[in-house]
Design a binder for this molecule. Structure first.
Ligand SMILES: [Zn+2]
Length: 169
């Protein structure tokens, strides 16, 4: 396993639409293993492949965080089959927008379909932080960042902050 570099705004690859995966094979599992380690090391609770420069429809997640007992989840070609009208506001952050947090409102519950680490198709209901996180990560597959939901002023402030940090590092 290897740690990958996480791209940050305003990197143009983050705006790319990711392409569907044809098969869950050892090569893809190696990518998912790397993504998970990269996410734990960051630390973060979710990561899309495009964030490490691979525009494929793949997400890893562990809502227990880096210190909890590990509960990794893997999503290949995820789809939202249904979303509730009821919404949930949540203070979001993103490894591609480090140190910036703001509130986004999304459907509170969603029904998902995806392939797991073994390539099996799974249908599942998600709510709470799970629903928030999976929708945030799935937006990455469309080239959408959580700051795209904010006002232009806030979005520019977020990018400016990240640029400043990058310069200082
Ligand atoms: Zn993100």
């Amino acid at each position: 396993m290897a740690l990958r570099e996480i791209l940050v705004v305003p990197h143009p690859v983050l705006k790319q639409v990711s392409t569907p995966v044809e098969a869950v094979d050892d090569e893809l599992r190696a990518l998912m293993d790397d993504m998970l380690e990269t996410m734990y090391a960051a630390p973060g609770i979710g990561l899309a492949a495009v964030q490490v420069g691979v525009p494929k429809r793949v997400i890893v997640m562990d809502l227990a965080g880096p210190d909890g007992p590990r509960e990794p989840r893997y999503f290949v070609n995820p789809e939202i089959l249904w979303a509730s009208e009821e919404t949930l506001p949540y203070e979001e952050g993103c490894l591609s927008v480090p140190e910036y947090f703001d509130e986004v409102e999304r459907p509170a519950r969603v029904k998902l379909r995806y392939m797991n680490y073994q390539g099996e198709t799974v249908e599942e209901d998600a709510e709470g932080i799970y629903a928030v996180c999976v929708q945030h990560e799935m937006d990455h597959l469309e080239g959408v960042l959580f700051i795209d939901y904010l006002s232009r002023l806030k979005r520019e402030q977020a990018v400016k902050k990240v640029r400043k940090q990058a310069k200082a590092a």
